[in-house]
Design a binder for this molecule. Structure first.
Ligand SMILES: C[S@@+](CC[C@H](N)C(=O)[O-])C[C@H]1O[C@@H](n2cnc3c(N)ncnc32)[C@H](O)[C@@H]1O
Length: 345
């Protein structure tokens, strides 16, 4: 908890532009309270649905925490009365069929991307993931497969060799970093995020990749340059440290399902530190922006065209609908994923 307290203290002193926008402010206090009383060994068990807001959601069936108990009971009764063979319609699909199709999809996408196959890596079981299953003696969750699929798309266009430097803003759970490092162990990664996801992300990655692989925020929180960046490691930073990358030459900037939850001026500020120093960008975002009502969500949604305009130093290489391992991404509207490359000067 000391690390989280230190992070929160530094974050609160940071300029307004680095404070969470309206979308995230609504979660802040609840997430911090939940972290304080949570059992880290149950992080992925479904016991803490609020951690699902930044990726720790690995349940097979999602029950909304506010659904009354009797509604859950009624749903369970209906399921056990009418779906006696546990088949999920149509085509008598079972959970095991969906997992097998998702895994096979990963095998094919991995081959197309000329990438280390999914069969050679496995997910960590730290945090007791509710969705853990095995294929050929290796452990997986659907989330792990989903993040592998994102990398397959990116790799077809980025063509990473494995020794590059990648900067991720809004790493959330750290599941993408886990996949990246398991596929490309020598990558140097910089993770930037708000303090409370970053704290849990650090905990998770220490377990899934090994403590030696992670340079924690307390070691980085007083850094005023990146001269001592540890090559081949995962370096964790509070989001207000993002200006440090202005002087770093790096290969890929990665942002998934994160910019869309910020206001346009916040996104513009982050992108102002990325220009001639970055070779390529991967974005996965809600195509028409995230939800926005009078009181909740983002104040001003950002759409694909807005990103395209903001990235004037870059040329779009490829844009497509975003997919998970077993389906198209379609939570409250469609998602795109795209790669941009730095303009040749
Ligand atoms: C929905 S989660 C996505 C996490 C992960 N990239 C994924 O794809 O699962 C959104 C992430 O954006 C981060 N985020 C939201 N607003 C932010 C801000 N103003 N500055 C930095 N990170 C922010 C959140 O902390 C969270 O980690």
């Amino acid at each position: 908890m000391d690390r989280l307290s230190l992070l929160l203290e530094e974050y609160r002193k940071a300029p307004e532009i680095f404070q969470a926008g309206r979308y995230w402010k609504t979660y802040e206090a609840r997430i911090i309270r939940e972290i304080e009383k949570s059992d880290i060994n149950q992080l992925r068990s479904g016991k803490y649905p609020i951690f699902g807001t930044f990726g720790f959601s690995e349940s097979v069936y999602h029950y909304h925490p506010q659904v009354p108990f009797y509604t859950k009971l009624a749903k369970q009764a209906i399921r056990s009365l009418f779906i006696t063979n546990k088949a999920l319609l149509p085509y008598s699909l079972r959970l095991s069929d969906i997992r097998e199709m998702a895994y096979n999809n990963c095998m094919i996408q991995g081959e197309l991307a000329n990438m280390k196959p999914i069969s050679e890596i496995e997910v960590s079981s730290f945090g007791n993931p509710a969705d853990l299953f095995e294929v050929s003696g290796k452990k997986y969750t659907m989330q792990f497969l989903n993040f592998y699929i994102r990398l397959c798309f990116a790799q077809r266009h980025l063509k990473l060799k494995g020794n590059e430097t990648l900067v991720e803003l809004g790493s959330g759970s750290g599941f993408q970093v886990e996949v990246l490092k398991k596929v490309f162990p020598e990558l140097t990664i910089l993770c930037f995020d708000l303090p409370y996801p970053l704290y849990l992300c650090g905990k998770y990655l220490s377990e899934s990749l090994g403590e030696n692989e992670i340079i924690h925020t307390n070691e980085n929180s007083f850094a005023d340059n990146l001269d001592h960046l540890q090559k081949g490691k995962v370096n964790m930073f509070g989001n207000w440290k993002f200006p440090l990358i202005g002087n770093l030459h790096f290969d890929v900037f990665w942002n998934a399902a994160s910019f869309g939850e910020m206001e346009p001026h916040i996104v513009k500020n982050y992108l102002s530190y990325i220009g001639k120093n970055c070779e390529a960008i991967y974005l996965l975002q809600a195509r028409h922006g995230k939800e926005s009502t009078r009181k909740k969500g983002v104040v001003t949604p950002i759409s694909f065209n807005d990103y395209a305009k903001m990235l004037e130093n870059f040329t779009l290489t490829k844009e497509a609908d975003a997919y998970e391992a077993h389906r198209k991404m379609n939570q409250s509207g469609s998602y795109f994923q795209a790669v941009w490359e730095k303009n040749k000067s």
